[in-house]
Design a protein around this ligand. Structure first.
Ligand SMILES: *Cc1c(COP(=O)(O)O)cnc(C)c1O
Length: 458
């Protein structure tokens, strides 16, 4: 425990610490919440408040906090070999074991992995590897990668370019050349009078239209999250991904399933692509890969890509100092072993997903909630000024921020993406804790509605 008081910590924080994705001036005025301890799904702040972590940190702490086994694995590995690189003909047991484990739990086409330190690096690696692949195939002009507006693939230059967050593009002259974006399969916002199934097809066919526009011989790959996470837990209609797969096959372009959030059980399958029924060529992974205990990511590479890279490639001029970091790899191996031993993924699929869906749907009756949706242990609530219209508040984002702050006051972490409230609790949450999560979000919704009525927002 820090010997400093909450006020002293906040003062130092605001004096020196530039937080990610944060308005520093606004944060300094409001003060930060200092999290000091955590156990299971519960966080404790520096004032002793206990808060249910409905977001698993940032989607990553799948196995919950306070897992001694993971800490001990890291400790032992650091004593044995805290660091060594995998450049220059060297390797070490944790990276080898992890590579082998990953190919066991991932779909059968994946027998190779490239290690990175994060999901962003995994997506930067993906861009370089996709372009290298087409170069080796003798089609260097095939270099355009198509992503989606409001998709999220990380915050490094290539990852932020492939992502479709306009606020990120505007701040740094992004996207870089050779990136194109199509619309997202977000029925609540874009579906109009179409049924979700009709809309899913239409949204997927934007990919075919875009490929035709750019020129089929210039498009290298399509990348998407099976379920968009940071974009607001956008669960696509069931018609969407099969049509995307068909289009990728038809044009012979690579399909990239960004599994940084959906991977390792979040949807009740090991990988989101298994839920939506695609056969990706590449899968960026990170987050739950180590349950957030140490930073690590990777890019799973399917055989047909790996073969070209290995047989014709020579040196792939790419790598990071921390590619395959021994301690992070050892922790990731232990995470996969725990996921298997405790049958966490099966439990999400067979027990928790249904319970969470049923409880979360009770919030759909709230006057403020225009739609409640879930998949596995992902949930979203669309906050609307009036039902049943699928219409957003005038000043988009304001109500969501109010609701998010009220969630924390009610002892639960939820996140607001504009006016969409989202949840992604640790996969080890109990049914009783799910009930508690939903009850607390429900109280925050009541208080948000009262505030809206008081202030006359519409
Ligand atoms: C978080 C995220 C990333 C980026 O991962 P970092 O570890 O933050 O770099 C990439 N893709 C998706 C889908 C993510 O949610």
């Amino acid at each position: 425990m820090s010997p400093l008081t909450t006020a002293a910590l906040q003062r130092l924080d605001s004096a020196h610490y530039l937080h990610p994705f944060t308005d520093t001036r606004q944060l300094a005025a409001k003060g930060t919440r200092v999290i000091t301890k955590a156990d299971g799904v519960w966080l404790t702040d520096s004032d002793g408040n206990r808060i249910l972590d409905g977001m698993a940190g940032l989607w990553c702490v799948a196995l919950g906090y306070g897992r001694r086994e993971l800490a001990e694995v890291a400790y032992r590995q650091m004593l044995d070999l805290p660091y060594y690189n995998s450049f220059f003909q060297c390797t070490h047991p944790p990276a080898i074991e992890l590579a082998q484990r990953l190919t066991e739990v991932s779909p059968p086409q994946f027998n190779h992995v490239f290690f990175t330190g994060s999901g962003s690096e995994a997506n930067d690696t993906m861009l370089r590897l996709v372009r290298r692949y087409w170069q080796l195939r003798g089609e260097p002009e095939r270099n355009v990668i198509i992503g989606r507006w409001n998709g999220y693939h990380g915050s490094t230059v290539a990852a932020a370019s492939i992502g479709g967050m306009t606020a990120m593009h505007e701040q740094g002259g992004l996207p870089i050349p050779g990136i194109s974006h199509i619309g997202q399969p977000y029925w609540f916002e874009r579906g109009g009078d179409l049924t979700p199934a009709e809309f899913g097809l239409r949204a997927a066919r934007e990919l075919a239209d875009r490929i035709e526009e750019i020129g089929p011989r210039r498009v290298a790959a399509f990348v998407g999250e099976p379920v968009q996470g940071a974009g607001g837990v956008v669960i696509p209609p069931e018609t969407y991904w099969p049509e995307i797969q068909r289009i990728c096959d038809h044009y012979g372009i690579l399909l990239v399933s960004d599994e940084v959030i959906c991977g390792f059980g979040r949807t009740g399958r090991w990988f989101g692509c298994e839920h939506v029924g695609t056969r990706p060529d590449l899968m960026p992974i990170a987050k739950a890969m180590s349950s957030g205990y140490l930073p690590i990511g990777g890019l799973m590479v399917a055989d047909r890509v790996a073969e070209v890279l290995i047989d014709r490639g020579g040196e792939f001029a790419h790598g990071f100092t921390y590619s395959g970091h021994p301690a992070a790899c050892a922790v990731s191996v232990a995470c996969i072993d725990i996921l298997r031993r405790e049958k966490v993924v099966e439990r999400v699929r067979d027990e928790l997903a249904g319970h969470f869906a049923a409880r979360w749907q009770t919030l759909a009756g709230h006057p403020l909630v225009g739609e409640a949706r879930t998949l596995g242990l992902l949930g979203a609530l669309e906050l609307v000024p009036a039902k049943p219209a699928r219409r957003f508040f005038g000043n988009r984002g304001e109500v969501g921020t109010v609701c998010r702050d009220l969630c924390v006051e009610n002892g639960v972490i939820s996140r607001a993406v504009r006016d969409t409230m989202i949840a992604a609790p640790p996969l080890v949450i109990t049914p009783a804790e799910i009930d508690e999560l939903v009850a607390r979000v429900g109280r925050a919704l009541d208080q948000t509605a009262a505030r809206i009525a008081r202030e006359g927002w519409s």
